[in-house]
Design a protein around this ligand. Structure first.
Ligand SMILES: [Zn+2]
Length: 421
């Protein structure tokens, strides 16, 4: 239970790929359960809500950002240059992930990571842990303490990586089931995702076991797919029976409407059709794609096939947790300037749809959780306009394209302000 309140601010809330609600003089009212009671123009606030304690804010109020693909153990590995994905994993990522066998490293990194997510204005994240059961428990404990909405899993690997990071197939699955039983839906904010790292580090038995566990416990699934050509060639060698990379996951029973596949850059019509049939979602990670030179995400193709697409920071191949920055790079990776409503949608409501959480978060709608942030934007606009004079396209454009000047000031999740007692 929280104290109910209303916040008066310029309010932006995406309502689709090509539209937003924009209230230059807006208000959002929140009840004691952290649900939104009202969002609209100040003049339309119902009389019954005028008695709520009021907060006045000059910064722009938005739904909290959604990061659909991020690696907690790679938080300190941002910006490490490796020529290819496979080399980068071997040189930097695997040695760093080994350190998560130590509880102090797991605890300290998880605390700093969640704190940084909140500072970046991210209220929901789908997170890859390390391979360690204990470190994943700690990651859940710290997520609960931080008050974030988190879908998390221990990474599964039983081959193709340093021995210190491999578990036997059975051990990996047993550890996962214990984590599911402890944490999946333990609170309204915490859920579990079965997390095979990707096909090159998993045997067919491990992938099938993972698919069976996800079905048995109705969990999310997250993994990587079709990111780089070297990785795809490796999958072809390891799974010669499968028609393609997507087929490997399909045959393991890993594809469903709660499956979120990272990247999917080098795909084709046949694989897209499989993703559509199974109603899978894709996490597009443009900053990571630029950093590793992975290629241009086929956005139009995903749109044509109606594949739900979220945005991810993919830290540590991504260089920042800021989804404001990732929105901008989503446009840049396309090699053309996207209408600003589109990145804004994918980082909020579109992300919520991809994660199956659109009834709960992603936009400021009556009945949803008050997952929201305020961002300070530079106040100088051309032709002497004030913030309140901007059109809906202009305010969205400021939020997406002037992000270096944008600072996240306050964050609420389910109506509770981060950092408050
Ligand atoms: Zn990743």
């Amino acid at each position: 239970m929280n104290a109910p309140f209303r916040i008066h601010a310029p309010v932006v809330s995406p309502s689709g790929r090509d539209r937003i609600a924009w209230h230059p003089r807006g208000v959002v009212a929140v009840d004691e359960d952290g649900r939104i009671l009202f969002r609209g123009d100040e003049d339309d606030l119902p009389e019954s809500l005028t008695a709520l304690p009021a907060i006045s804010c000059g910064d722009v109020l938005l739904p909290g950002m959604i990061d659909a693909h991020v690696h907690l153990p790679q938080f300190d590995c941002r910006g490490k240059f490796g020529a290819t994905l496979m080399e980068w994993l071997d040189r930097f990522i695997y040695p760093e992930e080994m350190r998560f066998a130590q509880e102090t490293v797991a605890r300290d990194t998880a605390r700093r990571f969640y704190h940084a997510l909140l500072e970046a204005g991210t209220t929901t994240a789908m997170v890859y842990g390390s391979v360690h059961e204990r470190a994943t428990h700690i990651a859940f404990e710290e997520a609960e303490r931080a008050g974030l909405r988190i879908i998390l899993g221990n990474v599964l690997m039983d081959r193709g990586a340093p021995a210190a990071l491999l578990l036997s197939t059975k051990e990996a699955l047993v550890a996962s089931e214990r984590l599911i039983e402890t944490w999946h839906r333990k609170t309204p904010l915490l859920s579990y995702a079965i997390t095979p790292r990707f096909a090159p580090t998993c045997t067919p038995e491990l992938l099938r076991g993972a698919g069976a566990l996800a079905a048995k416990h109705d969990t999310w699934v997250q993994t990587h797919i079709n990111e780089t050509s070297g990785e795809i060639a490796r999958v072809r060698e390891l799974f010669p029976e499968s028609a393609h990379y997507t087929g490997v996951y399909r045959e393991a029973g890993l594809l469903g409407d709660r499956t979120v596949l990272g990247h999917n850059i080098h795909t084709d019509d046949e694989q897209m059709e499989v993703l559509r049939e199974h109603n899978c979602a894709v996490a597009h990670c443009p900053d990571s794609n630029l950093f590793l030179g992975s290629g241009r995400f086929p956005l139009e193709r995903h749109e044509q096939y109606g594949i739900r697409t979220a945005l991810g920071s993919d830290v540590g191949a991504g260089t920042t947790l800021s989804m404001l920055h990732v929105m901008r790079t989503m446009s840049y990776v396309q090699g053309r300037s996207l209408h600003p409503f589109l990145p804004l949608f994918h980082a909020t409501l579109g992300g919520a749809e991809a994660l199956g959480l659109a009834n709960e978060t992603g936009s400021l709608e009556v009945g949803k959780s008050a997952d929201m942030i305020t961002v300070h934007v530079e106040r100088q606009f051309c032709r002497g306009k004030t913030l309140q004079d901007l059109s809906d396209v202009e305010i969205a454009s400021v939020l997406v394209y002037r992000t270096p000047e944008t600072v996240v000031r306050r964050v609420w999740i389910r109506g509770k302000e981060a950092g408050s007692a």
